[in-house]
Design a protein around this ligand. Structure first.
Ligand code: APR
Length: 231
């Protein structure tokens, strides 16, 4: 029998129990910075060194982080489901946990890209990207991260996956940032939606919606066991 398709939208909350700070749990400050200073094209124009340093620190932190039971439960679901993880996170904890099909909607901490040609993307070796690090066209490299006000290149792919979901989950995201937050509207009516967040985001009520007000590291392993046993 064909495997059911499980599509999961994750946000910063799924990595919280791995020690990575979320964005909106601290008054709009992100590790002490105004997000617009460090995560927008305007911020980059204003102070490239600050932005590079900010992401260098995030990268350093991400190297030390380990997947938690929430990430591991999503990987385990691949035993019986065709799982697609659509994550807003730029860490690689889903991959480290063993998830094999991860769409990084907002880019990756571990890649740089050219400021002259956005198709030029490179792996970052080690933790540091510096002023003066250049692409093959001799322009400064920036983090390959989708900043506020920028296009989300993988959005069409994420929508297509969502439209095929048999089961959909929303885990650890405040659903404040579009277009990612709009993905929920593409879930087929017959597919159940599970929302897991200790501080549940506002979502339109519909039938077949399960709101679970709990941490991902607690709720996801339980839900995964339930779903795996039901197959
Ligand atoms: N388990 C599950 N959810 C949690 C946990 C936990 N242990 N801890 C916190 N949360 C929830 C919070 O209640 C909140 O709803 O995680 C959510 C985090 O929300 P945000 O900080 O807004 O993060 P996110 O939704 O991923 O942000 C989206 O905004 O800044 C941009 O591009 C950035 O990808 C990011 C996007």
């Amino acid at each position: 029998m064909e495997r059911k398709k499980l599509v999961v939208l994750t946000g910063a909350g799924i990595s919280a129990e791995s020690g990575i700070a979320t964005f909106r749990d601290a008054n709009g400050l992100w590790e002490g910075h105004d997000v617009m200073e460090v995560a927008s094209p305007e911020g980059w124009q204003k102070n490239q060194a600050l932005v590079l340093d900010f992401y260098n620190q995030r990268r350093k932190q991400a190297f030390q982080a380990k997947p938690n039971p929430g990430h591991l439960a999503l990987a385990e679901l691949e035993k019986k489901f065709a799982v697609t993880v659509i994550t807003q996170n730029v860490d690689h904890l889903h991959e480290q946990a063993g998830s094999t099909n991860v769409i990084h909607l907002h880019g990756s901490l571990f890649q740089s890209r050219s400021t002259a040609d956005e198709s030029l993307v490179y792996p970052i070796k080690g933790w540091e990207l510096k002023l003066g690090d250049k692409c093959e066209k001799n322009s400064q490299l920036r983090p390959n991260i989708v900043w506020f006000g920028e296009m989300v290149p993988l959005m069409d792919q994420a929508i297509a996956e969502t439209q095929q979901a048999d089961i959909f989950m929303v885990v650890g995201t405040s659903l404040m940032v579009y277009p990612a937050a709009g993905l929920v509207h593409y879930v087929p009516a017959k597919a159940p939606i599970y929302v897991i967040d200790p501080n549940l985001p506002a979502v339109n009520k519909r039938t077949n919606m399960h709101l679970i007000s709990e941490k991902a590291g607690v709720a996801l392993p339980e839900l995964a066991q339930k779903l795996l046993q039901a197959v």
